[in-house]
Design a protein around this ligand. Structure first.
Ligand code: ADP
Length: 260
């Protein structure tokens, strides 16, 4: 029998009194658990058949049947995309059930160099991509999860910035700790969408996002990874001008670099 869960609120009541409101929310958290398990199970079950389909598609040689070559290219690209969605769903399921992260040293100079390189590869010379790293600090947390959060923001900047635009990746100290930010001169996001951007599969323009090759889960993953590191995501954007995604990390997550 699962434990009962209560939601407790203290409300002002008259001048001198307060009202304690306790609600039984066990059924809501049980439903939430069922939803999470279902998504995780479906994703897991889809993994093997997708790997098989993808494997066979890779084996087919377009030169054997030239008239089917464009079809084969499209099938390969769609099966890769489906595979990416399944992997992202599995990552999200893991992050949703996790309550804390390992406290490992994440060497930022090396990680930023990797993220910068990934951005250059994805952009293929279509953008100017600068790296400004002045914080001189490492992070404490999960290297794998931080890598996926930091590179998700950069790949979004590349995918939502037209050719010729600029992207700047920054890692700087602030009075509260340090910030990692990615600025672009891309399409920007209308204010009405900002609050919902980190919801699963939420998209400002579904056709543009689908064309850009994303899974619709990137910012959701970013938000979960930041929460697990007690960090906060701030989004500033102006349609037609560009966007800046800022991750605020507290001092407790910073470490002086290890020069040994
Ligand atoms: P997707 O895979 O669709 O990119 P994300 O969760 O990474 O999914 O992003 C959600 C939506 O937020 C995107 O579909 C896009 O509309 C918008 N978005 C994210 N990053 C940017 C950006 N740098 N510039 C403009 N729009 C962005």
């Amino acid at each position: 029998q699962p434990e009962s869960q209560l939601s407790v609120d203290l409300l002002p009541f008259g001048d001198q009194q307060q009202l304690l409101l306790a609600r039984d929310v066990s059924h809501i958290s049980r439903l939430e658990q069922i939803r999470r398990d279902f998504v995780a199970n479906v994703s897991h079950e889809l993994r093997t058949p997708l790997t098989v389909i993808h494997g066979y598609l890779e084996l087919l040689d377009p030169e054997d049947v030239p008239e089917l070559a464009p079809v084969l290219t499209e099938m390969r690209s769609q099966s890769r995309r489906m595979g990416q969605i399944v992997e992202d769903l599995l990552t999200l399921s893991r992050l949703e059930t996790q309550h804390e992260v390992t406290d490992e040293r994440v060497p930022m100079a090396a990680l930023l160099a990797i993220v910068h390189k990934e951005a250059l590869a994805l952009s293929q010379g279509r953008h100017q991509i600068a790296l400004e790293s002045t914080a001189g600090m490492d992070l404490l947390g999960s290297p794998r999860d931080l890598h996926s959060a930091l590179s998700n923001l950069v790949s979004n900047a590349v995918r939502y910035t037209p050719k010729g635009g600029s992207i700047t990746i920054r890692w700087q100290r602030t009075p509260e700790g340090a910030v990692y930010s990615v600025s672009d001169t891309g399409f920007g996001i209308p204010a009405a969408h900002l609050a919902r951007l980190t919801e699963r599969f939420y998209r400002v323009s579904s056709s543009r996002s689908r064309e850009s090759g994303g899974t619709g889960l990137g910012l959701s993953i970013v938000k979960h990874v930041l929460n697990l590191h007690q960090a906060r995501l701030q989004i500033d954007s102006k349609p037609g001008v560009g966007s800046t995604f800022v991750c605020h990390f507290g001092r407790a997550r910073l470490l002086p670099p290890d020069h040994a």
